[in-house]
Design a protein. Structure first.
Length: 229
């Protein structure tokens, strides 16, 4: 079993989920008392959020690259950025280390393809929904990608940073997300990517009949398969 290096803390709410899912996946594969070999560098999210808002993605990339180097020096053999949005600087992180980085959009694309979907919708932060680093990567995998209308993109982004990343999961926000999901399905989405690792803590599979792809779970399980390969 390879040692997984998890860059976490963005937010720590979803980092907890990564840890749980990766250990569950190892237990399912190996049984008994087996658990995942994980090193986590849990960064302080607040300064990174300030850099994001200032448009200083070079600064974000440098900090996460430092975090990755620390993990590699401690023995990590696979690198994981435990958040969708920070994959905007995935290339910078990958360049900083010699071990493979498991990209969350590639893992999600593989899951969507396995589900037989061709047209998918994407929920996430403004950066994830509007910038090319994520939508473009999904398109490179052959998917048509839909995103919510502008007002709903702002609503989703606000809920993520003002509520979900602070551990607040409100019924009113869940209802709004479900409304948006239904509208995306009405526009032709065959499945909806929960493209922020906290959204799966708010919207559960039983909440909607529309197929959802929980990127946190997908990413964590993909990483475990790579670690056990």
């Amino acid at each position: 079993m390879k040692t997984i290096g998890l860059i976490g803390g963005m937010s720590w709410e979803s980092s907890l989920e990564y840890y749980r899912v990766m250990n569950q996946a190892v237990k399912a594969e190996l049984g008994g008392l087996h658990s995942a070999r994980i090193l986590m560098n849990s960064v302080d999210f607040a300064p990174l959020r300030e850099l994001m808002c200032a448009g200083d993605w070079a600064g974000v990339g440098n900090r996460l690259a430092d975090a990755a180097r620390t993990l590699e020096s401690a023995g990590a053999e696979l690198m994981v950025i435990g958040t969708n949005t920070m994959h905007k600087v995935a290339d910078r992180v990958a360049e900083a280390v010699s071990v493979p980085l498991v990209h969350i959009a590639d893992a999600t694309a593989e899951a969507a393809r396995a589900g037989g979907y061709a047209r998918v919708a994407l929920l996430g932060t403004i950066f994830t929904m509007e910038d090319d680093f994520y939508v473009g990567r999904l398109q490179d995998h052959g998917f048509e990608v839909l995103v919510p209308e502008a007002g709903d993109r702002k609503l989703v982004d606000r809920v993520i940073f003002d509520e979900l990343c602070r551990g607040e999961f409100l019924d009113g926000s869940r209802a709004e997300f479900l409304r948006i999901i239904e509208e995306l399905a009405a526009r032709g989405a065959e499945a909806v990517i929960l493209g922020c690792t906290e959204i799966g803590l708010l919207v559960r599979p039983g909440d909607t009949d529309v197929p959802t792809l929980d990127t946190c779970r997908i990413h964590a399980e993909t990483v475990v398969r790579a670690a056990l390969d």
